[in-house]
Design a protein around this ligand. Structure first.
Ligand code: NAP
Length: 244
């Protein structure tokens, strides 16, 4: 078993899966959950094992408190110490606010925010025992500047940003850092519903004139997990290619 462990929510695809790969390549055991993409989760598990990591992977819908808590508790039982938590699981919803209903609100907030609160509460207790830990929340640029037709999503990510800053203040003295990564437009399934025309329009507003990759986000997460970033906490750090 490797010395350090990262726990990632929603890592069967996209940014979460890439974080799992990058951390495994850099000497971490990986505990991760998934919901619908079982085949992809199993493929990833094998890939991480081949990279030399110990892996615990469990189906846990993050909107289901019991499943989520069981996943975290099992991960702690197996690895004893969680060094890094990446709250990544998330869903987007492109819809006019006027057309949104309570089910939309529940889906977005339970997936993107409530799950973060539940997991962090459990993992933090483990980190406090060891008096060290790194918490990394995957937010979004929309949480900072607001996105039209993504009002609920933007609000859930603003909640994530407030949570990050306040938690960092509360647990800084216990040697636990809390930061959020705020990606712009990252090329994952989350954006697969967009047409080429829409993607090109987005690119026009990005200084680097290209989409980001999951690896761009994962490398920052790895840095935020490293000792080299020990003096960074309470920050919302953009990975967005320079969005205008
Ligand atoms: P993605 O490619 O759609 O992947 C989403 C991941 O979250 C999948 O592994 C999915 O697992 C998991 N997930 C979703 N709902 C879940 C649930 N109820 N329970 C457990 N797992 C669940 O999305 P992504 O682009 O990688 O997004 C990852 C994070 O980055 C999200 O928080 C998102 O808001 C944020 N973000 C993304 C972008 C972007 O442009 N892509 C920009 C800003 C922020 P299953 O498939 O197994 O259900």
């Amino acid at each position: 078993m490797k010395e350090k462990t990262v726990l990632i929510t929603g890592a069967s695809r996209g940014i979460g899966a890439e974080c799992a790969r990058v951390f495994a390549r850099n000497g971490y055991n990986v505990a991760f959950c998934y919901n619908k993409s079982e085949e992809k989760a199993n493929e990833l598990k094998n890939e991480l094992i081949n990279l030399g990591s110990d892996v615990y992977c469990e189906k846990a819908d993050v909107t289901n408190k019991n499943e989520l808590e069981k996943f975290v508790e099992n991960s702690i039982k197996i690895f004893k110490k969680i060094d890094v938590l990446i709250n990544n699981a998330g869903v987007a919803l492109q819809k006019l606010f006027i057309d949104c209903n309570e089910n939309d609100y529940d889906l977005i907030f339970n997936t993107n925010f409530k799950s973060m609160v539940i997991v962090t509460n459990l993992v933090l207790k483990n980190m406090l025992k060891f008096k060290e830990g790194k918490i990394i929340n995957i937010s979004s640029i929309w949480g900072e500047i607001g996105g039209s037709c993504e009002v609920l999503y933007s609000a859930s990510k603003s909640a994530c940003n407030g949570f990050t800053k306040a938690l960092a203040k509360e647990y800084g003295r216990m040697n636990i850092t809390v930061n959020a990564i705020s990606p712009g437009f990252i090329d994952t399934d989350m954006n697969k519903n967009l047409t080429t025309k829409e993607i090109n329009e987005f690119k026009e507003n990005i200084s680097l004139n290209k989409l980001g990759t999951p690896n761009d986000v994962a490398e920052l997460a790895l840095f935020l997990a490293n000792k080299k970033s020990d003096y960074i906490t309470g920050q919302i750090i953009g990975v967005n290619g320079g969005i205008n």
